[in-house]
Design a protein around this ligand. Sequence first.
Ligand SMILES: C[S@@+](CC[C@H](N)C(=O)[O-])C[C@H]1O[C@@H](n2cnc3c(N)ncnc32)[C@H](O)[C@@H]1O
Length: 256
Amino acid sequence: MARVSRIYDLLARVYDTQDHIEIAQGFHAALAPIARARPRGTWVLDLACGTGVLAEKLGRARIPVIGVDSSREMLAIARRRCRAVSDRVRFQRANLATFRVREPCSVASACGDVMNHMLSRAPLVRILRQVRRNLLPGGVLVFEAHNRFAYQHYWSGHDYWMEGPGGDLAMCCEWDERRRLATARMIGYARNGRGWERVETTLVERYHSDGELRSALREAGFAKIRREPWSPWDDQHLEPGIDRNLWTARVPENST
Ligand SMILES: C[S@@+](CC[C@H](N)C(=O)[O-])C[C@H]1O[C@@H](n2cnc3c(N)ncnc32)[C@H](O)[C@@H]1O
């Protein structure tokens, strides 16, 4: 937990760039019909909720949400953002591998390449299993994950400059095809009174093939696994490929 939470503690103030907000908004559009159709009285789990963009949108639609994240600083921003909907949006600081919520949850969602943050199969299965334990029988997990095209075309040797209300973020990305690892060196300039504070960190992600994700979901106890090509960007069809997959998987009705 220390490594990833430290990365996002550093990045929190510069995380809410236009691109990151739009990804959460695009994901919300895909999730909303599923969240609205959940059984009465049940909650939505926002896994790795970050700065709470998705949680706030769900909360404003009167959907009760529990956001779980390991980064103290990301959660501090999420709590501030969701103050107006705090009667139905709660947060918990925890590692996805070990978290436990009390509320009855029928939908779990993960937006922002969360599964790609798991660098091998073992932690991936561990968190999927923990998500399944926190869902009611018949509950559904919805997440988006980067595909190989995304890493080959948007990470391999690409640099980005992103701006947001808390500061600006430079990302220098690399892609190691053989190890299927993507690296983003991130340099943030956080607004600090009248000046700037420089922060620097490196995030590593892994490409999990469709077969690997499917088998990890099965091993964690999920069934009815579906995948469809998906993108948060309206104009992605103008590109040579689609950058992500949207996954849904269900906890069997007879699960204990
Ligand atoms: C790319 S951000 C996505 C944030 C948010 N879901 C969004 O779409 O804006 C990834 C988030 O995952 C959280 N995270 C990564 N691994 C985690 C773990 N094992 N347990 C809890 N949170 C984790 C990080 O702290 C970070 O806030």
